[in-house]
Design a protein around this ligand. Structure first.
Ligand code: Z5A
Length: 212
């Protein structure tokens, strides 16, 4: 294939605007838009288990394994087949979230998570991670649902570690991470996301420039 399709992950803390921007970017690219945990029948069932407060305290390693079981199914069943047909894939959360939440947030060793993510996704990592960076309290204030899910309900210190983790991941790998100020309006954020994606596409020669 002359122009390989890209896997683009939208990352950030709760309420940063990931779903909003994934949808908008997907429209601009004509991409397959999906989410994690989820994206397949199995993944959506695992998502329910992970987010249901009734699941209680899940051991961090069990939480990691559930996230990665959903990922393995998603990559094999949806993501790789879409990429193989030349369709870009925009995913609302991927391996960056695993590193930030299960690593920086829950305290599991980041190098072990990298190996586990690599195994689960058969070595596939995003071609670009777009970090929508937002203050944790500002993100939580955007939530309109009545009850926090099991992970949202973790304390503020956990979510602060997650935000710091995302920023550290981005600064240690600037080639595959773009950091965008998510406190701007949705239109402004979308403009910056598109600019970051276009730059990465030009660099990788992936073609299929997005519609403005
Ligand atoms: N998780 C994990 O631990 N490990 C992993 O490996 C993976 C995930 C893959 C589920 O994710 C949980 O799984 C998540 C991490 C964990 N837990 N947490 N916390 P999720 O993505 O479904 O949950 P979320 O981050 O809480 O999603 P969210 O609340 O839907 O946030 P969002 O997608 O970033 O935001 P949004 O839905 O686009 O927007 C939220 C509201 O803000 C909405 O009313 C918008 O209209 C509004 N909005 C959006 N953009 C703006 C701007 N720019 N300004 C003002 N208002 C805005």
């Amino acid at each position: 294939m002359a122009h390989p399709a890209l896997l683009i992950a939208i990352e950030g803390v709760e309420g940063a605007g990931k779903s909003t921007q994934a949808t908008r970017l997907g429209r601009s690219l004509g991409a397959h838009v999906t989410r994690e945990p989820g994206g397949t029948a199995l993944g959506e069932q695992v998502r329910r288990l992970l987010l249901d407060p009734a699941s209680g305290d899940i051991d961090p390693r069990a939480e990691l394994m559930l996230m990665l079981a959903a990922r393995a199914q998603h990559v094999a069943g949806r993501i790789l087949p879409a990429l193989a047909t030349g369709t870009h894939v925009v995913v609302d959360r991927f391996s960056g979230s695993t590193l930030a939440y299960q690593g920086y947030g829950r305290g599991l060793a980041v190098d072990e998570i990298i190996r586990a993510c690599d195994f689960a996704a058969g070595g596939r990592w995003p071609d670009l991670n777009v970090l929508l960076d937002l203050d944790v309290a500002a993100g939580a204030a955007r939530r309109h649902d009545e009850e926090a899910d099991r992970i949202e309900a973790a304390d503020g210190a956990f979510h602060d570690r997650v935000r710091r983790g995302f920023l550290e991941l981005a600064s240690s790998d600037p080639d595959t991470w773009a950091v965008i100020d998510a406190s701007a309006s949705p239109d402004e954020v979308a403009e910056h996301v598109l600019a970051a994606v276009t730059e990465r596409m030009d660099l990788l020669g992936s073609g299929g420039r997005p519609k403005p």
